[in-house]
Design a protein around this ligand. Structure first.
Ligand code: ADP
Length: 593
């Protein structure tokens, strides 16, 4: 994947490079053609100018050569006046015609007179016989030449014509008149041109150019013969004339003048390259634009794809979630169904348990009744036997007239009957079920219970103190039942202190967190751990037979529980046992102070 991407990138880069290179060559090529065209047009304008410059002065030496005055000067070259006059004339003409120089030579090439006679580098006295234009003119033909002035070092175009004796053309030639034309002005017009322009002679030697480095260099290596000829004529004053170093490149050329010159123009390589570079740059920019657009498009497509993918993923996740929720819901409803079933079963079990418990309670009561019947038979037998004995004795006492003793026996009989009544009364608790419920003043119940046992306490020499507290405590319940519980607790306390050195029972009452609390404390031996474990079981007793049935606490506990109260026992820190009866205060009672 990555390799493929790289390959694509590489191919794209290669294609781009190819296109840019193509654009470069195309641009350069087009520019080249344009430039060549332009060069042609430029040369078309330049060449005639040069031509006319060269031609303009063709007639000047020709006309002068036929002047008698010049022939005369040559004839009287040794006459200073004649020469001076000649100098002045040549100078005047030179100034008028605006040529470089105008000078007259004798047949030996010696300069007789010159327009520049008064200048330090004047030609007068100089010999130019070595110049080809001199020999040409001496031979009766027009001599034309371009070269560096051996005297002045200034280059120029020389036109020479023969000076005929007596000024008659076709006659004997006495000397040569030459005009020097400088091409400096002409060359100066090239300076502004960016492209190289040059003027080369027929050998290919560059003698005029706007490229200073090219001047007096050859377009191509010169032959030995050419070099020899150039040395002889001193055309270029011994310049090296080495070939131009840099490649000249494409050019346009036009022949100019009568010496086989070539006017050459090298349409700028730089411009060509610039044009190519511009095209290449444009292509590169276009490609870059295309690349960026392509990339942006690609990115956009990728983003869209990513978005679609993420949307699909989201949908999948949502689907998944939905399915999981459905599964979970199904699981939960199944669990719920299970729970409901279990609950139903539990309810059933509870109902069963309740009925079973009721049955057990009933059965327990029956069993207890049996036990009680046995206990009661035993309990009641004793007083019954006593009553019989007291009655028999009483009859005997009455028969003997012992009324007092008989009355004592009757009292004993009453006591025994009372005891039997008490035993029977205890059993009532099991028989009764529905009782009248009312608001019960707990203090009054305590007082009533204490009153019933007052004589017993007194008989045993035990002290009973009751502290009913500051405020009255009212509970909801059955007064008889509450008193039954209190009597039981008080009687047990009295029993407990029976053998104690100090026989004291204290009853205190208090209101504690919504409870009415009655505490009965004795100075007895307290409750051993063994006894404590079975304290509230029916028929559990430590008392000797005939004194306890072991039903008191069991009945009391069930009564208290029926009233939503609690019955508890523990040993007091100061010795003895303390029983605690708690009954709930009604909610309205709770708030009263
Ligand atoms: P009974 O009084 O007929 O024995 P109870 O149910 O009233 O039956 O008492 C059960 C037993 O609890 C008693 O035999 C006695 O051992 C013990 N008991 C009850 N009250 C006290 C107390 N105040 N101090 C010590 N033991 C007690």
């Amino acid at each position: 994947m990555r390799a493929k991407k790289l390959l694509t990138l590489f191919l794209y880069a290669a294609a781009c490079a190819l296109v840019v290179a193509g654009a470069f060559f195309l641009g350069a090529r087009r520019a080249h053609d344009d430039l060549m065209e332009q060069g042609h047009r430029q040369l078309q304008l330049m060449a005639p100018d040069l031509q006319s410059l060269l031609e303009r002065f063709e007639t000047l030496p020709f006309v002068l050569g036929q002047q008698r005055e010049l022939a005369n000067a040559l004839a009287h070259a040794d006459d200073p006046d004649t020469v001076a006059r000649m100098n002045a004339t040549l100078q005047a003409i030179q100034r008028q015609a605006q040529v470089g120089a105008l000078y007259l030579m004798d047949r030996d090439g010696l300069t007789i007179a010159a327009s520049n006679w008064d200048q330090p580098l004047g030609f007068v006295g100089k010999n130019f016989s070595y110049r080809p234009y001199f020999s040409e003119a001496l031979a009766g033909r027009a001599g034309r030449f371009y070269g560096i002035g051996t005297n002045t070092g200034e280059a120029g175009y020389f036109i020479a014509q023969p000076v005929y004796r007596n000024g008659s053309a076709g006659g004997p030639v006495d000397g040569v008149i030459a005009v020097k034309i400088t091409l400096d002005e002409f060359e100066r017009t090239w300076a502004s041109s960016e492209d190289p322009i040059l003027l080369a002679d027929r050998h290919g030697v560059i003698f005029r150019t706007n490229r200073p480095a090219w001047r007096y260099h050859s377009l191509h290596p010169l032959s030995a013969a050419t070099r020899a000829e150039l040395a002889r004529t001193q055309q270029y004053m011994g310049q090296a004339l080495a070939p131009v170093g840099e490649p000249a490149g494409p050019y346009v050329t036009r022949a100019v003048g009568r010496l086989g010159w070539q006017l050459m123009l090298f349409p700028g390589r730089g411009r060509e390259l610039r044009a190519g570079a511009q095209w290449a740059l444009a292509a590169a920019l276009l490609l870059a634009c295309a690349g960026v657009s392509g990339w942006a498009l690609h990115q956009r497509r990728r983003r869209l794809q990513e978005r679609t993918e993420s949307r699909a993923a989201l949908q999948r996740a949502a689907h998944d979630l939905e399915r999981r929720i459905l599964d979970r819901t199904e699981e939960l409803s199944q669990t719920n169904r299970h729970l409901e079933q279990k609950y139903a079963k539990l309810q059933e079990a509870e109902r069963l348990l309740r009925s079973t418990r009721d049955e057990f309670v009933q059965a327990g009561k029956l069993a207890m009744l049996g036990q009680m019947a046995a206990g009661m038979t035993h309990e009641l037998n004793q007083p019954l036997a006593a009553i019989r004995a007291f009655a028999d004795n009483g009859r005997t006492f009455l028969a003997r007239g012992m009324v007092e003793q008989a009355a004592g026996n009757l009292g004993h009989i009453g006591d025994a009957a009372a005891r039997m009544g008490a035993i029977i009364a205890q059993l009532k608790g099991f028989a009764r079920k529905d009782e009248a419920i009312a608001s019960v003043d707990l203090a009054r119940s305590v007082q009533a219970s204490a009153f019933l046992l007052e004589s017993d306490f007194r008989r045993h020499g035990a002290a009973l103190s009751i502290d009913t507290g500051a405020a009255p405590l009212h509970v909801t319940g059955n007064a008889v039942r509450i008193e039954q519980v209190l009597i039981n607790l008080l009687r047990n306390a009295l029993d407990a202190v029976g053998d104690a050195p100090r026989k004291q029972v204290d009853v205190t009452m208090a209101r504690e967190d919504g409870w009415a609390v009655v505490r009965i404390r004795d100075t007895g031996p307290g409750i051993s751990a063994e006894v404590a474990a079975h304290l509230f079981e029916p028929f559990f007793t430590t008392k000797p037979s005939g004194q306890g049935l072991g039903l008191g606490l069991a009945i009391s506990s069930s009564i208290v529980q029926a009233m939503n109260g609690r019955l508890a026992a523990h040993n007091h820190d100061g010795g003895g046992a303390q029983f605690e009866l708690r009954l709930p205060l009604p909610s309205n009672e709770e708030s009263t102070p």
